[in-house]
Design a protein around this ligand. Structure first.
Ligand code: MSP
Length: 468
């Protein structure tokens, strides 16, 4: 059986889940469900990133030990994913002892083969990003992603990984062997250009951060949180015994701010120990809320719970996956979501289902089993992780046409003999579309199937209209 292994970033527990995390997780969920519908064996991994300075500082502010803090926040991520009907197979936490052990083993291997050395590092550290910045990263002397926070000058002795040694190999892989490994293409060029401009070795440990995994050969240092976190993708397939064969991952999906860690540092670490590289990394852009960056201080953060409350689970799933920011940032907002919900779900799909159900019941139409195939356009779009394109194809090319066909043929004006074949054809086409919609809106797809398969019975309104 074909296997499919998809991962999301593991989210920092200093924050609670918001729509940004939700879009990555939801797209991964759609892909996992799509591959299950294709009959493949799927492993879908998500989780939380719990070590490091940032989490330690938040815990201190809250006046609790870091692990207590993590134990409190992690369930919120699990709850958010349950609310959004995310079908993850495993939720990993980096504080899990089994993960820690594998991190230490892997680092020890890199060390043993001479790819790690001690050096002094001096630089500006952004706790928000959990990384050292260079002068050229700064905008107005601040980290562009965390302008409200100070960057801290730090100088310490750290363990360094010989990243530069792997740069020629990485360039060759990206250009010649694994030309599909960074997606979309624009991001691939960005990484290549940076690699060719020259890359310095990278620090993989911290001297003054206690909240982390001890470096196996030097207990005075902890493993740098990013190195610990990246290994989660691999460690889960080692300590979960029945997941061994899922490595290498088929897809890592993540936001653009963490592109370098995933497409360069992670891959070089794997090269160093001779573990196969992930098949593909998909990098998406960001959500912007009503033209502004989403941030706690601006108070414009949208939570998954709020979306589900307002639009229902599948409504929320549809709105997020249809506006998924691929190559460019996507400007979203609740009032635009309301408009889209009313147009696409209440008026288009919802109305189509109720019109067809009423007419079919009246004319005693019967439908046998429906066709279960994905449209080639949907397949292609999902191979590109472009959920928005897949949905827009289903709506414009399929559902709109069905609505137009009904309006033109007006089966409600026809005799039962003439109405029946028209309705039958429309319902069969609708059910085919519903099979394609199922990875996005699993509950809705089941409800619609129940309405039409076997004896047709009308149902209550699927998507009640919402006032803006
Ligand atoms: N812990 C690291 C990831 C380690 S993975 C080995 C981290 N965590 S995070 O909590 O900050 O999550 C970052 C991810 O959240 C992004 O890569 C993206 O998937 C998602 N998003 C956060 N804000 C977002 C938007 N405004 N828009 C879209 N996605 C965003 O980085």
């Amino acid at each position: 059986m074909k296997k499919y292994y998809v991962t999301t970033p593991i989210y920092y527990v200093n924050d609670i889940p918001h729509i940004g995390h939700s879009c990555t997780t939801l797209v991964a969920d759609v892909l996992a469900r799509y591959h299950r519908q294709l009959g493949e064996e799927v492993f879908f991994l998500t989780g939380t990133d719990e070590h490091g300075q940032k989490v330690a500082e938040e815990a201190e502010k809250a006046g609790v030990a870091p692990i207590e803090f993590c134990d409190k926040i992690t369930p919120r991520f699990k709850k958010a994913w349950e609310e959004l009907n995310i079908s993850f197979d495993y939720f990993i936490r980096t504080t899990d002892d089994r993960h820690k052990k594998i991190v230490q083993e892997l680092l020890q291997k890199i060390y043993d083969q001479g790819d790690i050395y001690k050096d002094k590092y001096e630089g500006l550290y952004c706790v928000g990003c959990e990384k050292f910045l260079t002068e050229s990263d700064l905008v107005n002397e601040k980290c562009p992603l965390h302008p409200a926070e100070k960057t801290i000058k730090q100088s310490e002795e750290n363990w360094f990984f010989k990243l530069s040694k792997y740069v020629p190999r990485l360039i060759d892989l990206i250009e010649n062997e694994k030309t599909n490994y960074i997606f979309p293409k624009g991001k691939r060029s960005e990484v290549l250009a940076k690699l060719k401009a020259g890359v310095r070795d990278t620090s993989i440990s911290r001297a003054n951060v206690e909240w982390g995994i001890p470096v196996p050969w030097d207990k005075t240092q902890t493993v740098y949180v990013w190195v610990d976190a990246l290994i989660n993708y691999y460690s889960a397939t080692r300590f979960l015994k029945n997941k061994k064969d899922f490595w290498p991952a088929d897809l890592h999906i993540l936001g653009k701010e963490i592109l370098w860690f995933h497409t360069v540092i992670w891959q070089a670490m794997l090269l160093s120990v001779g573990i196969s590289l992930p098949e593909k990394t998909y990098i998406h852009s960001f959500y912007i809320i009503d033209g502004q960056k989403m941030s706690k201080s601006l108070g414009n953060v949208i939570s998954p719970g709020r979306l589900v409350e307002k639009f229902g689970v599948d409504g929320a799933r549809y709105l997020v996956t249809s506006s998924f920011p691929t190559e460019n940032d996507a400007d979203i907002g609740i009032s635009r979501f309301v408009e889209k919900y009313n147009a696409d779900l209440a008026n288009n799909l919802g109305n189509l289902v109720s019109r067809l159900a009423k007419l079919a019941e009246k004319n005693k139409v019967e439908i046998e089993k429906s066709k279960s195939v994905f449209y080639p356009e949907v397949k292609k779009a999902l191979e590109d992780s472009d959920t928005g394109r897949a949905l827009s194809f289903i709506w414009t090319e399929k559902l709109n046409r069905l609505n137009a066909k009904l309006n033109k043929e007006k089966p409600w004006t026809l005799s039962p003999e003439k109405a029946k074949p028209v309705l039958k054809e429309c319902i069969e086409k609708l059910l085919e579309a519903v099979f394609n919609i199922k990875p996005f809106m699993p509950e809705t797809a089941e409800k619609i199937k129940k309405v039409f398969e076997g004896k047709i019975k009308t149902t209550k309104v699927l998507f009640p209209k919402i006032e803006n």
